[in-house]
Ligand binder design. Sequence first.
Ligand code: DGY
Length: 325
Amino acid sequence: MPAEPTEKPTIHVYKRLPATVEAALSERYRTTFGDDETLYTASEILARAEGCDALVVTLLEKLTADVIAWLPKTVRMVATCSVGTDHIDLAAAKSRGLVVTNTPGAVVEATADIAFLLILAATRRASEGEAMVRTDTWPGWRPTQLLGMGLQGRRLGLVGFGGIGQAVARRALAFGMEVHWHGPRPKSGPDLPKATYHARLEDLLAVSDVLSLHAPSGPETRNLVNAETLAQLPPGAVVVNTARGDLVDDDALITALKGGRLMAAGLDVYRGEPALDPRYRSLPNVALLPHLGTATLETRTGMGMLCVENLDAFFEGREPPNRVA
Ligand code: DGY
């Protein structure tokens, strides 16, 4: 009698992914897909997981300790199509024996590009300039109009020096900036971009004409940019956030932007996004983007294919390469 074909594992993918990723998933697994219009509630997340062996989630699906506790017992693995894992209670996942993977390598260059785009937009007052052109209020070129901050010789302070922080450092060096960074411990190695390490955050802040955040969200980094830390930056500094919104105390940042303590800010991520503190919208000296960090076809495809690699490893009994729980 011919051998029964092995049943493919069943996977639910909560948001639509680039076509090549969906094709690769559907070739290997029995797949069902969610939609992009719905922000799933906890009970919808659980209902969609029914009968699944694994889930592919994004940062939009909040896997709290409660959701993880109620997941169907068949679900043994979750691949998140993101480097950030703050939407998943990793401790709860570990104690349930749920394997979780993320997509670190794939996000680096695209996110560094957006960080640098915001550094340039904020220092060169691009949003103000664009508004002038769009609203037909540009009086024409003037010698002292919209003067910004030149980057050459300025000091860039990076909070976090992982893949993205290092990629931003490389761009900054090419622009003639001096790079400084802070993180839990120093790093060494021949491939690291030239940068000065500061063990204490306050020492980094003191030398940061431009401060750019590249640390994960967590209890140690929540509200890292607050009234006290902003006061330690050089007057007229610029703050850029492409990491997570909760690293910034919005009240403190808005006060510093309004009062002139900061020259400008550039934000790609927001606490409670897509809602954001509405005061940002009317501030001329902040460049605002809608969480575009990884938004290139190549990057989102790379992230999705990392999910596929991790799923394949898991179901073939190998250690998933990007396991975080
Ligand atoms: C991530 O991968 O965590 C990013 O925020 C998605 O753009």
